[in-house]
Design a protein around this ligand. Structure first.
Ligand code: GLY
Length: 412
């Protein structure tokens, strides 16, 4: 983060908090909203085929798209649904329907665990914000497809298919990643929509098994846990996208946190609330969390004693990259948690501060480099050398969701 960014960030925060104190409902200024709209207009002007879905930008600033089977395929439709929800303008709804319905065949796909992201952010929001009742059966069918990846011995939903760890030797036969907690929203909703409790039971069991095996005593999480399908034993605990096996990959912490908040939403089981609060406190009280509350891409990068398996050259990162996507996910979930928790003031203050940081010029994509997304400064996967300090469609998704939730809270 350069000095220029920090200065502009300071100004942005001051404007944001001044705005908050005079007009609680003005979570985003008209200027910020106009900028957000203009980024979507730019993207829609060049991206017309809904099977080529915006994900990030390339080094030359051009738009990078992905196909419908990519794990990020539902976020662009989701962003358009949030634009509709935030503005009430029909044009966003028309586009959202087009980008949602291009994903239709995913409902029958069981190739990995990501169908929750793909279909709930798209079809789920269409049902929620536009009353598209014809999407109900599609969501239930998707949950049926995801259920095929649940195993009675491991008591979790399999995330990925067979692959090897970074050491090139360790084999993962039933790898489950913390990100998978996000797919549980689809499962809970599918039970409500269909009256079939089996999806909800799988979701609860997955969340309980993950509490037991993914989390450390300090409430930080491993990224990957591999299970033995014969006896359900844990075979490996490791990372794929984090700094080291023992470290706390920032987006993974955010996914797990969001997942336990939503488990509480659907079950009202206090153990999930406690767990979500503990994860929130791990992140918010972390000594390496920067003052603007936008985390480094992994909480432990600045610490001694963490040695990656992958090829890491510290000289490549004179400044440790932040991950705005992790902040956006965390921020959105903090707004929800604040509505349930006795620590409401702490969580709400943190969420407002995070949102203020993200909406400041330090992270907003003002300027020419990024014409297609709202936020800069997210990280896809540093170990893979992929998408480092770039815009990412899912950072925008959770930012828009956080704005939507902040507005709903301030109205109440
Ligand atoms: N779910 C994949 C990621 O967070 O990068």
């Amino acid at each position: 983060m350069t000095k220029k960014y920090l200065t502009v960030l300071g100004i942005g925060l001051a404007i944001f908090f001044a705005g908050c104190s005079t007009d609680k409902e003005q979570v985003v200024t008209p200027e910020q909203m106009n900028f957000i709209k203009s980024q979507f207009d730019n993207t829609l002007a060049i991206a017309q085929d809904p099977t080529k879905i915006p994900r990030t930008t390339l080094e030359d600033g051009s738009l990078k798209t992905v196909g419908i089977y990519n794990w990020t395929s539902g976020f662009y439709a989701g962003n358009l649904w949030y634009m509709y929800a935030l503005t009430g303008e029909e044009r966003w709804k028309d586009e959202a329907i087009k980008w949602t319905e291009a994903l239709d065949t995913i409902q029958y796909w069981s190739g990995n665990h990501d169908v929750g992201f793909m279909m709930y952010c798209s079809y789920g929001n269409g049902l929620k914000f536009a009353g598209k009742t014809e999407y109900k059966d599609i969501l239930v069918q998707t949950a049926k497809s995801l259920s095929k990846r649940y195993d009675e011995n491991t008591k979790v939903i399999k995330s990925w298919n067979y692959r090897k760890a970074w050491d090139g030797k360790t084999e993962w036969f039933f790898p489950v990643i913390i990100d998978n907690m996000m797919n549980l929203e689809l499962m809970f909703e599918a039970s409500l929509l269909s009256g079939d409790d089996s999806f909800k039971k799988i979701a609860i069991q997955h969340a309980e098994t993950t509490m037991e095996h993914h989390y450390r005593d300090d409430f930080s999480s491993y990224h990957v846990v591999d299970y033995d399908t014969i006896n359900g034993n844990v075979l490996d605990k490791a990372t794929c996208q984090g700094f080291t096996d023992a470290s706390a990959w920032a987006r993974g912490q955010a996914w797990g946190f969001y997942g336990y908040v939503l488990c509480y939403r659907y079950t009202k089981d206090p153990k999930f609330l406690d767990f979500a609060e503990n994860i929130a406190n791990y992140m918010l009280d972390h000594p390496n969390l920067p003052e603007d509350l936008v985390p480094f891409w992994d909480y432990n990068v600045p610490d001694e004693g963490f040695v990656p398996e992958w090829d890491y050259n510290a000289a490549d990162f004179r400044e440790i990259p932040r991950d705005a996507s992790a902040a956006a996910i965390t921020c959105s979930a903090l707004y929800e948690l604040a509505g349930y928790s006795k620590q409401k003031d702490k969580f709400l203050t943190a969420a407002d501060q995070m949102l203020g940081s993200l909406l400041s010029p330090a992270y907003m994509a003002y300027g020419e480099e990024n014409k297609y997304f709202i936020l800069n400064h997210s990280v896809g996967s540093i170990p893979h050398g992929a998408e480092i300090d770039v815009p990412l469609v899912y950072a925008d998704y959770y930012l828009l969701e956080a704005i939507y939730r902040a507005k709903a809270l301030s109205k109440n």
